[in-house]
Design a binder for this molecule. Structure first.
Ligand SMILES: C[S@@+](CC[C@H](N)C(=O)[O-])C[C@H]1O[C@@H](n2cnc3c(N)ncnc32)[C@H](O)[C@@H]1O
Length: 383
C-alpha cells in the first residue's frame, strides 16, 4: 500500500541514483519506458508521495548556494527538516559539525543513511524518523531545509515561537508563502502569519528557485528565505497577541471598527475578558470611555466563522451594550476604528492591543506564564 496520494510517476532506484542524486543543473526527469523496464528487475520502484511534498531538489548550484547563504560555522549543529534522499544533507555535513535530520519516510531514511555512510560522514548525522511537527527538536544552532510545503505555516510557527533558541533558519518555501512572510503592511500578501513572525524575527529574501530544479517538477516555483529571531522581542503575552491578530485579520481588509462590531466576536471577547478579570478580581463591566455605540450600525456577517468556544455566557443586554461601547471607545481613542489591519505595522497593532488590555479587554483566557513554551501558539497554525 502506498500513501494517500502518491505520484503516478514512479522512479526506479537506478533513476533515483542517476537523476535525483547527480542530476545536472536544470535537467528534467522524463520517464522513459525503456529505462524503467530495463532496470525493473534490478531495483525496486520508489513512489514519491505528493502528500509528503516529495520533490527532490536536484540542481547542485542551488544546493551549494543554499549552504553558502546559510553561513554555517564548522562548530554548528544544523537541523534539517525533510532530508529526503540527502542531496542537501551531504553538503550540510561537509560544512557543519553535526546534522540532525528529521524525516518521516523510512524509505528516505534508508537511502539517506546509505549515502551518508558511503561518504564516511555517518558519525556526524543524527536521524530522527518522525513527523517534524510532532517531535521535540534537540538543541541546534540553525535550520537549513527544503521543507515539505504542506507544513510551512505550523513549522515556521514551531521554530519561531518554540523553545529552541537558534541563529537562523534558511528555508526553501513555496514562492507565494515566502512572499507572504516577506510582505510589509499595505502589500496585498501581508497577513497574520507575517505580522506574527515579524514580531519575533526578521525575514530576508535569499533567492528564487525554479520548479525545474526539482524532481518531479512541482506546479509551483519556490524561494529561499532566511528567518532570524530578534534579539529583543516586545514584552507581550504571545497567546494574547496571536489571538488578537487572529481577530483583527479575520477580515484583513475590513476596517477594525467593522470587525469589532460582529456580535459573536463581541460576546467572545466579553467572555474572555471576564475570565481574565475574574483572575484579578477585575471583571469587565461598564465603560470608561466617552463614546457611543449605535445599535443600528451592528453588522451581522453570516459568513464569518464562529470563533467562540462553546457558550459565551452573555451578560445582560445592558452589560453587553456597555462592553460594545468600551471596545468602540478603545478603537476611537487610538484612532483605529477606520484603519484596516492589512495596513497596520506590528508597532501599531501592539499599541492597539495594549489599549485593549488597559481597558480590561482580553483576547485569550489565560495569561501565559513567563518563559513558558509557546506550543499552543505554534499549534494554532494548522496545516
Ligand atoms: C521537499 S522534500 C525535500 C527533500 C530534500 N531535502 C531535497 O531537498 O531534495 C520534503 C521531504 O520532507 C519529508 N517530510 C514530509 N512531511 C514531513 C514531516 N511532517 N516531518 C518530517 N519530514 C517530512 C518528505 O518525506 C520529503 O523527504
Amino acid at each position: 500500500m502506498h500513501g494517500p496520494s502518491h505520484f503516478r510517476r514512479h522512479l526506479t532506484g537506478f533513476l533515483l541514483r542517476r537523476h535525483l542524486l547527480h542530476t545536472k543543473p536544470g535537467r528534467r526527469y522524463v520517464p522513459r519506458n525503456d529505462d524503467v523496464q530495463k532496470k525493473d528487475n534490478e531495483e525496486k520502484h520508489m513512489f514519491l508521495y505528493k502528500s509528503w511534498g516529495q520533490h527532490i531538489l536536484t540542481n547542485p548550484r542551488v544546493l551549494d548556494t543554499i549552504v553558502r547563504k546559510s553561513n554555517i560555522k564548522p562548530t554548528d549543529t544544523v537541523l534539517e527538516i525533510g532530508p529526503g534522499t540527502g542531496n542537501l544533507t551531504l553538503r550540510l555535513l561537509q560544512a557543519a559539525q553535526r546534522v540532525v535530520a528529521v524525516e518521516l519516510d523510512t524509505r528516505m531514511v534508508e537511502i539517506l543513511r546509505k549515502r551518508v555512510a558511503e561518504h564516511g560522514l555517518e558519525d556526524q548525522l543524527t536521524v530522527i524518523c518522525k513527523d517534524a511537527l510532532k517531535t521535540d527538536f534537540p538543541q541546534f544552532d540553525l535550520v537549513v531545509a527544503n521543507i515539505p510545503y504542506g507544513i510551512s505555516s505550523p513549522l515556521v510557527a514551531k521554530l519561531v515561537f518554540g523553545a529552541n533558541p537558534f541563529r537562523s533558519a534558511t528555508l526553501l518555501l513555496q514562492k507565494e508563502f515566502a512572499r507572504r512572510l516577506l510582505a510589509n503592511p499595505g502589500d496585498s500578501e501581508f497577513n497574520r502569519l507575517a505580522v506574527n513572525v515579524k514580531l519575533v524575527a526578521e525575514v530576508e529574501f535569499v533567492m528564487d528557485v525554479s520548479k525545474r530544479d526539482f524532481l518531479p517538477c512541482p506546479k509551483v516555483d519556490s524561494s529561499v528565505v532566511t528567518i532570524r529571531p530578534k534579539a529583543e522581542v516586545p514584552n507581550v503575552d504571545l497567546n494574547e497577541w496571536c489571538a488578537f491578530t487572529r481577530t483583527c485579520f479575520s477580515k484583513k481588509n475590513k476596517t477594525l471598527g467593522a470587525t469589532f462590531k460582529h456580535k459573536r466576536r463581541v460576546m467572545e471577547l466579553w467572555r474572555l475578558s471576564n475570565l481574565r478579570g475574574s483572575e484579578t478580581g477585575n471583571a469587565v463591566s461598564g465603560c470608561n470611555y466617552d463614546c457611543s455605540y449605535d445599535e443600528d450600525e451592528e453588522e451581522e456577517d453570516g459568513n464569518e466563522s464562529d470563533e467562540g468556544n462553546g457558550d459565551p455566557s452573555p451578560g445582560s443586554e445592558m452589560e453587553m451594550s456597555l462592553f460594545k461601547e468600551k471596545i468602540n471607545g478603545v478603537l476611537k481613542l487610538g484612532g483605529f476604528d477606520d484603519k484596516r489591519p492589512a495596513k497596520l505595522s506590528g508597532k501599531e497593532l501592539l499599541q492597539l492591543l495594549s489599549l485593549f488590555n488597559q481597558a480590561g479587554i482580553h483576547f485569550h483566557d489565560q495569561a501565559k506564564p513567563r518563559n513558558a513554551d509557546n506550543i499552543a501558539v505554534a499549534a494554532s497554525y494548522s496545516t
